[in-house]
Design a protein around this ligand. Structure first.
Ligand code: GLU
Length: 445
């Protein structure tokens, strides 16, 4: 493959889509040598084919607020690649949602889902609807209106959405109800469902748990352990919550979390009831973390700043794309941070990753480190198909095994001559192989 030509075409074909270009370019740059060593991929034009989403659906969502005013939002489902299973990926409700962010997320999802080894293709959906300050009734009406259109393109063997930013079990349940009302089928067409609707135990915590299991692999690869490590997180949603719970269980100390308004520094550690309080804060849908410092006066609230300025051993972005930039990476390195684990999708900018890798910081990309969420969604699909429910222990054991296998694959394909593990390269190559080979086996489709 001709890297420069492909990048030039990518840029030309996707004008004004910087996120998609960023995600795709990173993959191209890291798989180029592997692809050139294996001529079958060029023979079947696999790279060119993987760069093009199979389908992009854009639709209008009209809903009525509590005052009777009608609103219109834009919504998407990007069905990126179905080579290894039904399209699978969450739905994001956030004001930043547009075709670019949906495309990059669906693209990432294809590689991530492949890494899990479960039969799931890649997709992503969402809307530029902003849940901040919305009442329960408004949220429900929006979810129903969203699903009224989206259901046309879904099915348990076709496309299986889940949650993402702004969409938790409550919203998934409302969407499930609307799908059932329209289609008359009680089927596993969504994951991240509440337990009563066929949801899986551990699913809400899974992304955070999985990221910490992956971190354990990174630490072990350097002969280190998690106990006693100082951890800084961003965000205060499901992912942050799961990561904080697992850190506490394994003896690491989470000292900072953040929201759009600034960050909380709690040197005593964010543990126990404080972690529960994070979920209450999230439940208010006001999108602020400042009240934490009022409730726990020993903690400090630093307005308008990011948690990456806090000295730590491990930094875990858990919020949104490009939330950690080059300056943040330089600050983390100067403060002695040795591990950066993306629990968010593409949480670091390309130049932040470059700085981290150049300084030999262990860096895990989201498609590997946060795959525990969708992996557990895959386990939810399996349970729904079998019409059985596994125990917490059974799900957790499978999740651990999947994360450890992803880590091993990153090591296999990403270890460089000097022994440094390039997890970005490892994840991209390992994720690519299964999808690419499945595409070849299916012929020109
Ligand atoms: N939104 C999550 C992700 O980015 C989970 C997707 C899913 O469970 O389908 O991977």
């Amino acid at each position: 493959m001709d890297l420069n030509k492909l990048i030039a075409e990518l840029e030309e074909k996707n004008p004004a889509q910087p996120l998609y270009i960023q995600a795709a370019k990173e993959v191209l740059e890291t798989i180029v040598d592997f692809v050139n060593e294996n001529p079958k991929y060029d023979k079947y034009s696999i790279v060119e084919r993987i760069l093009e989403p199979e389908r992009i659906i854009q639709f209008k969502v009209t809903w009525v607020d509590d005052n009777g005013k009608i609103h219109v939002n834009r919504a998407f489902r990007v069905q990126h690649n179905m080579a290894i299973g039904p399209y699978k990926g969450g739905c994001r409700f956030h004001k930043s949602v547009n075709q670019d962010s949906m495309k990059f997320l669906a693209f990432e999802q294809t590689f991530k889902n492949s890494l899990t080894t479960l039969p799931m293709g890649g997709g992503k959906g969402g809307s530029d609807f902003d849940p901040t300050g919305k009442s329960e009734g408004e949220m429900m009406r929006f979810c129903q209106a969203f699903m009224t259109e989206l259901q046309k393109y879904l099915g348990p063997e076709t496309d299986v959405p889940a949650g993402d930013i702004g969409v938790s079990g409550r919203e998934v349940a409302w969407m499930f109800g609307q799908y059932k009302r329209i289609r008359g089928e009680h089927v596993g067409v969504l994951t991240g469902k509440t337990l009563n609707l066929g949801g899986s135990l551990i699913r809400p915590e899974a992304t955070g748990f999985g990221a910490i299991y992956f971190l354990q692999g990174m630490l072990a690869a350097k002969g280190d352990t998690i106990a006693g490590k100082k951890v800084v997180l961003s965000g205060f949603g499901n992912v942050t919550w799961g990561a904080a719970l697992k850190c506490e269980e394994l003896g690491a100390k989470v000292i900072a979390i953040s929201g759009p308004d600034g960050y909380i520094l709690d040197e005593d550690g964010i543990t126990g009831d404080k972690v529960v309080y994070l979920t209450e804060l999230l439940g208010t849908r006001n999108n602020v973390v400042a009240p934490y410092a009022t409730k726990y006066p020993k903690a400090k609230f630093i307005a308008g700043k990011k948690s990456w300025e806090v000295p730590c051993d491990v930094a875990i972005p858990c919020a949104i794309q490009n939330e950690l930039n080059k300056e943040d990476a330089e600050k983390l390195i100067a403060n002695g941070c040795q591990y950066v684990v993306e629990a968010s999708n593409m949480g670091c900018t390309a130049d932040a990753i470059h700085v981290l890798q150049t300084n030999k910081v262990s860096f895990a990309p989201g498609k590997a480190a946060n795959a525990g969420g969708v992996a557990t969604s895959g386990l939810e699909m399996t349970q729904n198909s079998m019409k059985l429910a596994w125990t917490r222990e059974e799900v957790d054991e499978k999740l651990k095994a999947i994360m450890s296998n992803i880590h091993a694959n990153c090591v296999k394909y990403g270890t460089e001559k000097d022994g440094y593990i390039n997890y970005v390269k490892g994840a991209n190559i390992a994720g690519f192989i299964k999808v690419a080979d499945a595409m070849i086996e299916q012929g020109v489709i």
